[in-house]
Structures are given as C-alpha cells and as structure tokens.
Design a protein around this ligand. Sequence first.
Ligand SMILES: Nc1ncnc2c1ncn2[C@@H]1O[C@H](COP(=O)(O)OP(=O)(O)OP(=O)(O)O)[C@@H](O)[C@H]1O
Ligand SMILES: [Mg+2]
Length: 1041
Amino acid sequence: MTWRFSLEERCQRILQDMEGSLTARDRVGIQDFVLLDAYTSETAFMDNLRKRFNENLIYTYIGTLLVSVNPYKELGIYTKKQMDIYMGVNFFELPPHIFALADNVYRTMISETNNHFILISGESGAGKTEASKKVLQFYAVCCPSTRLLDNVRDRLLLSNPVLEAFGNAKTLKNDNSSRFGKYMDIQFDHQGAAVGGHILSYLLEKSRVVHQNHGERNFHIFYQLVEGGEDELLRWLGLERNCQKYRYLIQGECAKVSSINDKSDWKTVQKALTIIEFSEKDIEHLFAIIASVLHLGNVHFEASAHGYATLNSSAEVHWLSKLLGIPSNILQEGLTHRKIEAKAEEVLSPFTAEHAKYARDALAKAIYGRTFTWLVNKINESLVNKDSTRKTVIGLLDIYGFEVFDVNSFEQFCINFCNEKLQQLFIQLTLKSEQEEYEMEGIEWEPVPYFNNKIICDLVEEKHRGIISILDEECLRPGEATDFTFLEKLEEKMCGHPHFVTHKLADQKTRKTLERGDFRLLHYAGEVTYSVVGFIDKNNDLLYRNIKEVMRQSKNSIIQHCFHTIEPDGKKRPETVATQFKSSLAGLTEILMTKDPWYVRCLKPNHCKQPDRFDDVMVRHQVKYLGLMEHLRVRRAGFAYRRRYEIFLKRYKALCPDTWPHWKGTPAEGVQRLIKHLGYKPDEYKMGRTKIFIRHPRTLFATEDAFEICKHELATRIQAKYKGYRVKGEYQRQREAATKIETCWRGLQARRERERRAWAVKVIKKFIKGFMNRNQPVSMDNSDYLAFVRQSYLTRLKDNLPKSVLDKTIWLTPPPIMQEASVLLRKLHTRLLVRKYVRGISAQQKVQLQIKALTSDIFKGRKENYPQSVCQPFADTRISEQDINIKVLQLICPEGIKYSVPVIKYDRNGFRPRFRQLIFTQAAAYLVEEAKIKQRVNYSSLKGVSVSDLSDNFLILHVTCDDTKQKGDLVLQCSYLFEALTKICVVTKNHKLIKIVQGSVRFDIQPGKEGFVDFKSSSESMVYRAKNGHLMVESARTKSR
Ligand SMILES: Nc1ncnc2c1ncn2[C@@H]1O[C@H](COP(=O)(O)OP(=O)(O)OP(=O)(O)O)[C@@H](O)[C@H]1O
Ligand SMILES: [Mg+2]
C-alpha cells in the first residue's frame, strides 16, 4: 500500500491539525497551562482558571496534571456519549476532561504494562470523591467486559455508595464529605479488563459518631436507616422513625439536609450490599450494630449518692443486649465499671457518671470504627481476584484534603499531616525526581525553586523528636499526662523550629493570634493553628479492657470478629492512633512509590457550595497550597515528556523506514534517526543518557497521531501478511494432501501393477505350460491354455470367415484341438453361406445352377479343364436367333431351338477345321453352315458324346449310322464345351450321354470306317493330323484348382 502523503507530510499535516485544533479549543482561555505565556504569573493563572470556569470549562491541564474546579452543578459532561468521545482518543485532542486522563492512564498501563495511580487531592468539598467516581465509571463502561467481569465491575461501582454511607457525612464544607481516606486499586488483566480490586481505608473520623459540630451530621448510614429502614426492620431494631430521638444524630441540629435523600440512598445501599454478596446474616448483624450505636447514644447515666454512675435507661440496655447478643447485666456492668488490677487481683471499680459517658462514647466509636474496618475487608473479599496471572493496577487515591477550621484538633492535625506526606510524595515523584533525572541524564537544567516540605514532615513524624513521638510519649508515660503537659513538651523540644509556633514561642505579633492551648504549624499549604485539647485522649483512643471483654461475648458475629482479633494480649497497649496513622501513611507512600503518578487537583470555587461563584482569594489559596504554580514552572522549565530510548523506539519505530521493523544499532541512535526522520526541531527535544526528552506535548502528540495512522496501515499490512501466511499454509496443506493422495494413488497403482504382473507371470507361465502340454489330454496344466487357444481361434475365425460360398481358400488353420470343430464349423459355415446364397439367388440363377450342378455331376474330377468352366456362367444360347440364317430358322424353328453355339467341325477325312453353328432343338442337334443344315442328328440316334479327360474342348458326337450314306460321327471343337455338353444332356434328358475317355476316341467316319482322335497333354495346345492319320489333340495342361 502506498501513502498518499509521505510520512513527513503526514506528520506536518497532523502537527498543523493539532495546532489548529489547539488554537480552536483554546478560544476560552488556555486548556493547558503549559501553553500559558506568563506561566510564572499567578494572576495569569487565576485569570485563565476563572475565564474557563465562567464558561463551565471546569477542567484545565498542566501537562498531564488535571486541574478541576467544582462547578456545584450538573454540566452534562459525564454521559456515556462523552465517555465514547474520550475513549481511545489522544490526550490533547479533545478539551481537558477527567475521562481523558482516565483513558490516558488506562492506555499507558496497557501499552507499557506497568502500574499507575491517580492522586486526587484538594480540600474538602473540592470534588475529589466525585472525580474518583467518574474515573471508576469510565473504566466500568469502557473496559472490555464479560458476564463474570460485569460482576466485578458492579461490585467496584457499588462499593462506593456503601462506603460513602458508612464513611461519609455532611460537614459544613461538604454535604457528602468523606470522613476517611480511601485508596482503591483496580486490577486489570492483560487485555485491559477490570478483574478485581482492593480498598485501603485511612483514619476514619470516629469522633463524629458521638459528636458533631453545629450544622454537621453523623455518618449517613444512621439517617438512612432511621429514615429509609422498613417498619419491620426498625421494629426489630427497636428504633423509631425519628432522628430527633437519638442523641448521636442531633448534635449538629441538622438531621435533615435538602441535598440528601436518605430514603433513596438507603435503597441503594441495600441493593449494593446484596450485590457485594453480604449474606442476610451479615446485613442483619450490620444494622443491629448501627442500631446499637444509636441505642448506646441514648444510654443515660446518673450519679448515685456516692457519685458513681448508675444506668437509667433499661429500655436502651434491653435493646443493646438483644441486638449485640450480650446479657444485659454483663453489659450494664461493663458500661458502669472498669476493671483494675490491684496486686494480683482484678477488681471492678465503678465509674463516675462523667467517666461512664466517656466510656460509653468510646465504646460507640470503637464499635463503629471497627465495624467500618470489617466492612472494608468484607468488600475487599468480594473484589478479590483469585486468578494468579499478572495484573496491572490503577490506584485511585481519594484522600481528605488539607483542612483548616476555626478550631482545629487532632483530626485536622492527622489530615494535614497526610497532605504533607502526599506533597512530599509529589515532590519526590515529580519535582525532585524531575530535577534529579535531568541531572542524571546529563540534560541542562534551570533550577526551579520549590519548597521542599520534608522539614514539616520530619517535624511531625521524626522518630523520638517529631510531634507524634512526643504525643505518644505523653500518652504512654505514667503519671498525670494532659494535653497541656503535651504542649509543654512540644514547646520544649520544638523550640526554634521554623515551622512550629506556640503562644509561648511566638513573637509579640504572632502571639496575639494564638491561644495558650494552641500550637501552630506552618504547613507547606499555609498556617494552621491546632488546639491541643483532646490530643491525648484521641491519640490514646482508649477502650477499657473489661468492655472489650464484654464485647467479645457478643453473639453478633461482626462484633465478635471485630473484638476478637485485635489485641489478644490485653495487657499490651495498642499502638496510638497517630502512630497507626503514620505507619499506614508510610505503607501508602510505599505503595505509591512503585507506581507512575497522575494527578487531579480539585479546587473549590467558593465556601457556599454555590454554582457560578468563583472566589478569587479562596481559589488562589488552594492554587498555592496545591503547588500548582510550582508544578507549572517545572513543566515549562523542563520537558513535557520523556521516555527511555528503548520504550520510545519500540513504540514509534514504525514511523521511520530505517528503524522499522528492526533497528540494529543502539536505541539512542535509533531514536536519533527516528526523530530526524520525523523532523523534530532542535529546540523541541533533548537526548539524555538513557531517555529522550520532548519539550512540548504537541510534538509528542503529533508523533502519537502519526503512529495511530501508521498503526492502521501496519495492521492492514500485518493482516495482509497474516492472510497470505494463512493462504500459503492452506496451499501447503493442500499440496501436501495432493502429494499424499498422489503417493497413495501411485502406491495403489504400483500394487495393482505388481498384482497385474504377478497375475501376468502366472498366466504366462500357465500359458507356456499349457503350450508345452497342448497336445496332451486335457488336464489342469493345459486346460486354460487350450481354452484360450479355442477362444482365440474362434475369435480370429469369427473375424476371418469366408464371405462367399465360393471362397474356399479362406479358412483359418485350426490348432490341433480344434481340428474336428473346425471341420464342423466350416461345414456349418459353408451351409450357412450356401443357405444364404441359395436364398439370395433368382429362379433363373437356380436353373443355371441346376445345370451347372449337372455339369459338375458329369465332369467333376473327370475332365481336366472342368474346374475352369465352373466360374463361367452358362448362357441360354451363344448364337442369337438373328445370327442364325433365316432359312435354317424356318426349318428348325418348329422344333423349338433350345441352344445354339458356334463350333469348329473337323472334317472326318483330313480333319480340316470348319466353322459351324451347332443348334439343339427339342428333337435333334443340327450342324449348320450358313443357310445349310450340314447334318441333323436325331437324339434318338445319338449314341453318346465323347470327350477327353484332358484340357481340350473337343467333343465327338457318336451317331447311330445304319446307312453308309449317312454321315458319321461328328468331331467338334467348342469353346463352350461344358455348356454345350450339359445342354445336350438336358435337352436329351440323358445324363449318361457323355463319356469321358482317356487317350483316344474311336469314331465312325461312316459305317464301317473308323477314325481316331487322340488326346494328349502337352505344353502347348495344338490340333493336327498325326502321321498315323489320327486327329491329334494336344492340350496344354491346366493347373488344377
Ligand atoms: N464534577 C462535578 N460536577 C458537579 N458537581 C460536583 C462535581 N464535583 C463535585 N461536585 C459537587 O461537590 C460536592 C462535593 O464533592 P466531593 O464529595 O467529591 O468532594 P470531596 O473533595 O470528596 O470532599 P471531601 O474531602 O469532603 O470528601 C458533590 O457532592 C457535588 O455536589
Ligand atoms: Mg470525598
């Protein structure tokens, strides 16, 4: 196939198209900040963001990083149609979109078979969870699917509403705020189908179970159950359909929220639970726990006279006992007492009412927190992929954003620490590694100043010296540790740290902004003041040992599970919350470090959750702490894209005839050749030690587009080759088959030939043997031969039979055994011919033949020249009546002329020859000379007729002659001798008339005078008068037939 354009031309066209469409798309601001002229200007950055936001363009790129601004309204840009548009299309070809990023990650994963993660960050309500859901939905729709995979897909999708119900709550900032960090791995098989998943959850904000700020709610599930739960279920759980009845639900005084439909959400969760394969028992136990928490919240303590806590809520305890399956007295004791070790004994010490409330809340938090962990594990079980084949992974990290409240406590401290860690990861993965990579690759690098927040991370997490270590120390040390002693320790250890300030450590000006119980951290994203109140408690997260034991007795399988596995050794203190969180973050960092990062930075446009409102100050602040400007600077300073030479060459080598299909040199040389062919300009790229660096994304996209086009051509070529290969294979197969058939056929023929020859040998042998024994009596040895001989003779005979009766010469000489048969056959055949002949002859011929037969009777074998006469047909007469003289005719006609023939008459004396006519009438024979009847011979006086036995044609008519005057015998020579003689026999009806004599005939010249005619064979026919006076007739001997 030939291209209509050369590759360069095509690349050029694509580049033009690219740029053309880029400009067209960029009409509303710029869709990629990398293309921003004043890329260092925050104002320009903000302007672009605002401009686009005002046009509902919520997405903008910084290279491959996606900036998303929460529109707080439905934009209709997440439909299936949109997904189709973005599926498989080059990243920069369409306007920026979360689907474009998702698609790009997915395709990179497929083509490079490596793992990736998408870090979605931003402050609460910025749209992180929504973004992660969109990514998941995109994969659910766009990945290849089967019925089995659909199951996985459904579970992955439905894990969201379940986790949101249990882990999300309405806060001041977000009506659906995720109160836990979530990292979800989606596993793909080599064909790109989603085959499994795994979820990690981080630090659920348990305190929300027992306390909510004004305007906030508890976790959604409580409201969903109370509002949406079926009557029967509520009855069974001992609940009323009224949130106001439950203390844990009303502290924020906003149980009802207009943007949340608890009833329908309840249905969704119910359905999701069944699809994720929660058993009925599990579901029953799960809601028993949720209800128990509500009941627990309503458990009320009063102080006894001694100041000890007494339970004043027997109905609640009753329901708790029923739902948790724990005897109520045990439960009651657990809620009002704690076990303390006194020397070797354990004694129960009653709580004060205040203490009991604290223990109750701690229990509620513990139950809920542990049940949440169980829930995540249960979902993971249903997402697990048991197939051990290699999978690639896309991780989705939806984690709480940087938080700053009026009063910030332990939770904010943890959350912001988490954001510091993620920023550190970002720095490591992007900024720092970018710079390091350039250095490593020997590429000139203009240093991009960026703030490395490691110092803050260390401040929080450093072993023995970090805030967490100090907090833990305070929590664990014996004696009266309080939040304030903790603060003092901090001040003592952190004094002078540039990112740590307290009232005591601050300068005059700053001190004014701080309370005594506060400490302030100068986070990378901004300053946050934390109140130390509650730090120790929250970090300890203490649950008295005896209440744990009580829980272990529960008949509720989930509670059993949750309280059984943890802390087998009751005496050993569990890890503090902060340390647990620190290690889980370290674990997360480890997971993420092995994957390729992609970023989605979510921005919140205003505090009021309002659409079309862009609060400059607020957004600017987020742009700052999300490090967007730094990211952009790095992108612009450096190169948008880099790949190892091998990978780059492997992917694009098809674009250059020199590198396709195989490049023999080093990958770097190959890439050099390739990009020269593609016409990269010198300022568009740099060659590193192991990688190529491409400055602008558009250069790469042009290459990628060229590759896309080329791929189709290659596919066609490969297809054609493959088809050729298939056809060739088929042809070879057929040829082999033909050869095989031929071989078999030849073999068959050869075998037949061999059999034929063997048969022939046998036959020939038999034939020879038969031939040798042909004259023997019929036996086994010769019977076949003889049969053959017979058959062959008969066959030949059939083809060589005489065709006419007279054909006596043709008769095949028979073999000895056929002698007799031959004779018989010949006779038969002759008879047949005769019959045929006879049937074919006319009456006239018949008469003629009868006469001839008569002739034969008379002469056959007696007269030498008779045979010659046989073939000469007899005529009725030899002289027509016109040739007989009229006078003669008149005289003899009345007698009836029967036959006339010319003869030579020899004079009786002197034997002179005279021509005469011999005429037979009914009564006599006449010898006529012209008009004269020379002699009349009455038949009555005809004694006989003599002829010789030789070849002459003389006849002597012997006449009775009484009278001497009478003429004597007649000596005649007749050319039609046999005809004439036979005629005379017929006319006279005397067959005995003819006498055949040998040697000599005596005749009467006249009575008493005799003459002789002598006959003799000679070499020549002659008639003369011999010396002895006899007539000498010499006749040439005729060959007998
Ligand atoms: N792309 C979007 N289109 C329309 N509305 C959106 C979009 N993203 C977010 N929102 C709105 O913003 C709200 C908050 O979004 P979301 O829950 O994703 O925030 P978040 O970043 O996860 O916050 P948190 O940290 O509190 O969990 C959503 O409930 C939705 O109403
Ligand atoms: Mg969220």
